[in-house]
Write a protein that binds this ligand. Sequence first.
Ligand code: GDP
Length: 471
Amino acid sequence: IADLINLKVFVANADKAIELEVAEKVCEKHGFRLEREKREKGAGVHKVEEVIVEPVAQIVEEVEEEKLELRAPIITFMGHVDHGKTSLLDAIRKTQVTHGEAGGITQHIGAYSVFHNDRPITFIDTPGHAAFSGMRARGANVTDIVVLIIAADDGIMPQTREALNHAKAADVQLMVAINKCDLPAANILRVKSQLQDIGLAPVDWGGDIEVMEVSAKTGLGIDNLLETMALQAEVLELKADPKAPARATVIESSMVPGRGPVATVICRQGTLKVGQAFICGPHWGKTKALMNDRGQPIKEVKPGMPVELVGFSDMPRVGDEVVIMDSERAVKKLSEERLEESRQAKLVTRRRVTMEDLFANIEEGQKKVFKVVLKTDVHGSLEAITKCLEEIESNKINLRILHSDVGPINESDVLLASGSDAVIIGFNQKVENKALTTARREGVQIKLYSIIYELIDQAKEAMTGMLDPLT
Ligand code: GDP
């Protein structure tokens, strides 16, 4: 009412209807986006319509098991800010220099490989779970192993939990490195017990999570960290066919004066060679030059290895796939088709998962998973809502809360939801501006509530097929 008075709209009580434009202004002031309301049975909650561009068709090939060979594992470091992700990546890079690797490592191209017992291990050098889930949102699951970095003096922090949930949602192998063990304030026991509390029991405590003690500063435990990664990679049996038509995923791209669009790609399959024609998203190209992470020109790259690639017709997007094809004519033709498709696709609207369509397309005898990212105002409501949601019984739908926390809905939440086809539920929370833009782009549904029973009722209806589909 106070807000309305400020807008020179006078209402007698809170039940009075107001003009749409007035409501819009009030919403804006509080960081909400107003969508035209379509009333559900029993609940007056706003639905959000999403508009996203359909991804262009992918080229699919069959994999022949007997042709597969071991490839380099791809590792991403995640964790709370300042816990030492960058320092550890640098420390690992340095081990190669001291081991006398030719050329030394001078280039920061977004990924690099080190050799441990003559086998390569690839690291993605762009730490941060937003980047990680951003790639997943584009359908690019590049990482095999996530190493959660936790500072020994600080322990598990909010972003550690956030990173963990991003990794869990991606279903990747997880390891933990307790960093800064050189500090007098290091308390390894405390960190291990915190890990145990969040379901990551260390191997030496009878659990199944490898927990390494390291120091990026002194180099303590770095060799052991590499060894453990190599062992985990062996267990995962990561393989690819080096003779198949090459495919690589873009993990970074930029415009370099004199060279045009340049991208760092990780080869996923086949052997990427100089002089090949390729398609990448709607753009085409020819591999004019390949440069390794030491800035040296190379002729070819094997699966699992990163390389800087020059020769794109236009800037590729992170997460797009470079696919080698037979001829330049073929890639140019496909590029034209894809550009045309994406121009048309812009006119087509498509929604990702919404609460309303949970029940759509469930096959007989199957169960669907309703994935949720939950953000609330205070811990009390977080616990209460989680408990109520988990108590909802449905014979068709299982609930999985990918991440829950207190705080506004941020971009990282949206990317997590997008990469995992989840719905974001906010309770007494606002959506950060950047998150709103990303949610629109990614087609992620955000449902905002301010009354607990409305939230629970609607979730119940959604999970039991009582919620009307969006029209
Ligand atoms: P990031 O935000 O996770 O990438 O963290 P950084 O690598 O930037 O490290 C944050 C700070 O912690 C820097 O000042 C580092 O010098 C320091 N740091 C990182 N690793 C260690 C370590 O093993 N021991 C000590 N004493 N300091 C470290």
